[in-house]
Design a protein around this ligand. Structure first.
Ligand code: CU
Length: 140
């Protein structure tokens, strides 16, 4: 009799445990608070972007701060598709990162940097585009 009661309690406890674990699993999924966009800083110092390569998640904000005594800009390298325009000493410029891109300073073209979004290296993106174009042409 005692054993039967104990078994019933045990089954009831397991039942609750199973229901409970579903809720726990839901709670373990990434919450929106963990996906909040982060803010990254690139310092422009001694004619360099520091860090030169910045890894971010899509939607993160990147702020460039010019700590040099001379003006610089932040310009997309491949097509000049965007630019900060000239940043005077002490000025800063902010952009939201949406894809991996290479950039440079159009005033001092040796100054270069990269933003890597979600770990997608720029070279791989370009390679994929080229392969797609080759395949398309072979159908002509
Ligand atoms: Cu510059």
């Amino acid at each position: 009799m005692h054993r039967l009661i104990f078994s019933s309690i045990l089954v009831a406890a397991i039942g609750v445990g199973c229901n409970g674990s579903k809720d726990e699993r839901a709670a373990l999924l990434p919450s929106t608070s963990e996906n909040v966009a982060r803010r990254h800083v690139v310092e422009i110092s001694q004619m360099k972007f520091v860090p030169e390569v910045l890894n971010v998640n899509k939607g993160d904000t990147v702020v460039w701060i010019n700590k040099d005594m001379v003006g610089h800009d932040v310009t997309e390298e491949t097509l000049n598709s965007w630019t900060s325009s000239r940043l005077a000493a002490g000025a800063s410029w902010t952009m939201v990162a949406t894809r991996s891109e290479a950039y440079y300073c159009s005033l001092h073209v040796v100054m270069k940097g990269k933003i890597i979004v979600d770990g997608k290296e720029l070279a791989m993106v370009d390679l994929t585009t080229n392969i797609t174009q080759c395949v398309s042409r072979s159908h002509d």
